[in-house]
Design a protein around this ligand. Sequence first.
Ligand code: AMP
Ligand code: MG
Length: 321
Amino acid sequence: MAPSRPQSYVELVDGRKRFRLSQLDTGETWGLDKEAARLHVASIEDEFRELADLLAYAASHSLLVIIQGRDAAGKDGCVRRILSFSNVQTVRVTAFKVPSAQELAHDYLWRIHKAAPEKGDLAIFNRSHYEDVVAVRVHNLVPKEIWQKRYEQINNFEEVLTDANTIVVKFFLHISPDEQERRLLERENDSRKFWKLNPSDWIERDFWEETTEAYEDVFNKCSSKERPWHIIPSDKKWFRDVAVLETLVSILRPYRARWMAELEKIGETAKAEIAKARQHSQMLSHPVASISKAKKAKKARPKVVARTKKATRTKKAKKSR
Ligand code: AMP
Ligand code: MG
């Protein structure tokens, strides 16, 4: 039996009304249970694969998935999950860390724009330009006059991407302080997760409220109907995964007919070219006859040249006499 679909898998923030993170429970599942989520993923993962292929082969659009969230919110896991359903030949993941000296010597969008996807490609951003109005603001890395102007700059930048046929999808993985603590402690107790340990994750917890405020400004200043924020309750990893996949499929699905039509056009053009090439090769048919004709012509040529030379010599001799 098909799983009953919850009304929604995400809280959609599209700029129409103010949003506060406290409005949404980080453990919300809208009535979906783990087994129903598993069945739902199984029922749509092939559709996502097909849409990812259509995106790649029609090559008229690109897809940019931006993933933001606090430490241990599950960004890496989410990237891995999307990758497992993607066309690996056309996907690129960029994890944005503290900017390097070279990156800092440019404007803050320089490194971001370079990683934007070209047509046909899927780019996944693990953190993004939104760190330039969250981390930067929370830790006072640049003066307020500078970061305050960035919301509008980011909106303009993302509009440039949309106008170039980039489908921009923004996810925020919403976890509670308790779930974050549980995950950080789990890392300390599991040797396979030691590599993830980072003292700054604990230091960041002291800035929980400031980070919440910074994110709420992001959601309220950088959301629109074209580029909304999808806030995903992420305390439960299985819910996060089904919500991300369902959101991506429902965003890409309306493009299917157009991409299929484009592929058909590509096919028709290629077929016409093949037919033309065949016609051309038919005109050059009877290869044996053509080769012997060419040989005869080659043999005849020296005689002509010799006769011409002889004729020239006779002319010259006559003249000198
Ligand atoms: P992680 O993603 O856990 O490996 O950590 C990357 C760190 O880089 C996080 O603490 C981010 O806040 C930080 N970061 C990423 N982008 C920026 C930025 N533009 N300015 C300052 N810090 C940043
Ligand atoms: Mg981290």
